[in-house]
Design a protein around this ligand. Structure first.
Ligand code: PEP
Length: 251
């Protein structure tokens, strides 16, 4: 009932030329795929080229961040309207690397999500606990606070447009994946939290992606979990053959 989403987060990788080469291959590999939403997330500099290369294909494009103001003296920031103008449809917001290295908080994530929605972009909102928080038994508290803070003040129709990515920080880029049971436990908890905030129907329709060292050899069992509706893929999204296999997960 929930269409799965497989999204690639390229992080700070790929020049315009490299990005174009990668999506050319992906476009070919993934052309016949149905029933899965496929998204790639290049750096800002390659957005226009990637959107242009993917025109008419079944692959959508996400920015990796978005600022909340429309214009002004904000050196180095990119406005939602500017991202929309490139032809992007999605924006990854609140990735743990943004939270960890660039001072992102639930409050700034909330502003970015609001701005993205106003510009007609679909936000992919990232949440997840650190290893220390997990080991001290605080995973659920942390995730609940992030969800409530990041998604405060939205209408039911806003919720319909939002995708959540649960990404345990200790599993990102480390080769350690949450076990399917660990992922399912938190995904279910997130769905229940959305139900408390926005109601059961909205929570049942909400896509919740898992992120953290998703690879061809672990995607199938992760995708078999009831509340896992897709994956946000970092490292393995940079290689056409690996990402192709992940999109072709077996449920
Ligand atoms: C990510 O960047 O969101 C991510 C999950 O990275 P990786 O797949 O490399 O762990």
């Amino acid at each position: 009932m929930r269409t799965p989403v497989i999204a690639g987060n390229w992080k700070m990788h790929n020049t315009v030329q490299e990005a174009t080469d990668l999506v050319r291959e992906l476009k070919q590999n993934l052309s016949g795929i149905e029933g899965v939403e496929i998204i790639v997330g290049p750096p800002f500099t390659a957005l226009c080229a990637v959107v242009s290369e993917l025109g008419g294909s079944n692959i959508s494009v996400a920015a990796q961040n978005v600022f909340w103001e429309e214009k002004g003296a904000f050196t180095g920031e990119i406005a939602p309207g500017m991202i929309k103008e490139t032809g992007c449809s999605h924006a990854i917001i609140g990735h743990s690397e943004r939270r960890q290295y660039f001072g992102e908080t639930d409050e700034t994530v909330n502003k970015r999500v609001k701005a993205a929605l106003s510009a007609g972009l679909i936000p992919i909102v990232c949440v997840g606990e650190t290893l220390e928080q997990r080991e001290s038994g605080n995973t659920m508290n942390v995730v609940k606070k992030q969800i409530k803070g990041s998604l405060d003040g939205f209408t039911p129709s806003d919720f319909d447009s939002i995708i959540i990515a649960y990404e345990p920080v200790w599993a990102i880029g480390t080769g350690k994946t949450a076990s399917p049971d660990q992922a399912q436990e938190v995904h279910k908890f997130i769905r229940n939290t959305i139900s408390e905030i926005a109601g059961r129907d909205i929570s049942q329709n909400m896509r919740i992606l898992y992120g953290g060292s998703v690879k061809p050899d672990n995607v199938d069992e992760i995708m078999q979990q009831e509340d896992v509706d897709g994956a946000l893929v970092g490292g393995a999204s940079l290689k056409a053959d690996l990402f192709t296999r992940i999109v072709n997960f077996k449920k």
